[in-house]
Design a binder for this molecule. Structure first.
Ligand code: BTN
Length: 236
C-alpha cells in the first residue's frame, strides 16, 4: 500500500471522495491526504471537525471479500498510529480504545473510520484516519470525548509529511503480515495497549450505552469483554 499518495488542500471528506470516485482515478493501496476537510465524518455519522493542523487521509482497498474480514487490519492501523506516536514521544501511555480509537491517557488523539461503497458491495473499502497532530486546543476534532493533540502533548509542532510517511511505512508492513495471516502475532502487543483493560468502561454506540470490562482482543479482531458478569464478544 501507499505507493501513490495524493495530496490536496481541502476536500469534503477523503473517505467520501475515494469511495465514490466515479472516474476510477484511485486504485488499491492509493492514499488520499487532505490538509482540511469541510465534511469530515466519524463513526455513527458524527461530524469530525477537520481544521488545518490535523492529519486526515484515507487508504483505498479493492477486491475486499467481506468487510468483516478486514476488521483485524483496522486494528493494526490503530496499532500503527499508536506505535508512531509512542516512538516519537517516547511515551508508553498511548492505547487503543475499542473499536479503533487511539488515546493518550484519557484523551482521544486519533480515530479511524472504515467504510465500503454499497454499489461495490464490500469489494471496495476505505480506511480513513484522522489524527490530532498540530490542532490547537480549541479546534480539536472530537469534542464529544476529551481530546488532545500531539502538539498539546509535546509542545512541539510535528511535520505532517514525515509523520504520514512513518505511519504509512508501518501500515504497509502490518498489511503484509495481515494478508499472510499473521494477525495473531500482534495479539500480545494489542492486548498490552488495550484501553481500560480489566476496568469498567462506558461504550457509546449511537444513542445506546453499555458498561463493559474489556479483557482482550480475539484472533478475529473482536473484543472479549465482561458485561453484567458474563463474557461477551463485541464485533464492530
Ligand atoms: C471516529 O473517531 O469516529 C473516526 C474518525 C475518522 C476521521 C477520518 S479523517 C479522514 C477520513 N475522512 C473522514 O471523513 N473521516 C476519516
Amino acid at each position: 500500500i501507499a505507493k501513490r499518495v495524493f495530496k490536496t488542500r481541502e476536500i469534503t471528506s477523503t473517505n467520501d471522495v475515494m469511495l465514490k470516485d466515479p472516474e476510477k482515478l484511485f486504485h488499491s493501496g492509493d492514499v488520499l491526504w487532505s490538509l482540511r476537510q469541510s465534511k469530515g465524518r466519524g463513526r455513527y455519522d458524527r461530524v469530525w471537525n477537520s481544521p488545518q493542523g490535523g492529519l486526515y487521509f484515507s487508504i483505498l482497498f479493492e477486491d475486499i471479500p467481506r468487510l468483516s474480514a478486514f476488521y483485524p487490519y483496522v486494528l493494526l492501523c490503530a496499532l500503527a498510529i499508536r506505535n508512531v506516536l509512542a516512538d516519537r514521544t517516547r511515551e508508553d501511555f498511548f492505547t487503543i480504545k475499542w473499536p479503533n480509537d487511539v488515546y493518550a491517557d484519557y484523551h482521544k488523539i486519533a480515530g479511524i473510520l472504515i467504510q465500503s461503497h454499497t454499489a461495490y458491495q464490500g469489494s471496495r473499502a476505505v480506511i480513513g484516519m484522522g489524527i490530532n497532530l498540530n490542532n490547537p486546543m480549541q479546534h480539536l476534532s472530537n469534542l464529544r470525548s476529551p481530546a488532545i493533540s500531539l502538539y498539546e502533548l509535546t509542545g512541539n509542532p510535528t511535520e505532517p509529511e514525515s509523520f504520514l510517511e512513518d505511519l504509512l511505512d508501518r501500515a504497509d508492513a502490518y498489511y503484509r503480515d495481515f494478508i499472510h495471516l499473521r494477525f495473531s502475532h500482534y495479539l500480545p502487543e494489542l492486548n498490552r495497549v488495550l484501553y481500560s483493560k480489566d476496568k469498567s468502561l462506558i461504550l457509546t454506540e449511537g444513542k445506546h450505552q453499555r458498561i463493559v470490562i474489556p479483557r482482550e482482543f480475539t484472533k478475529d479482531g473482536y473484543l472479549k469483554c465482561e458485561e453484567d458478569g458474563e463474557t461477551v464478544i463485541l464485533m464492530v
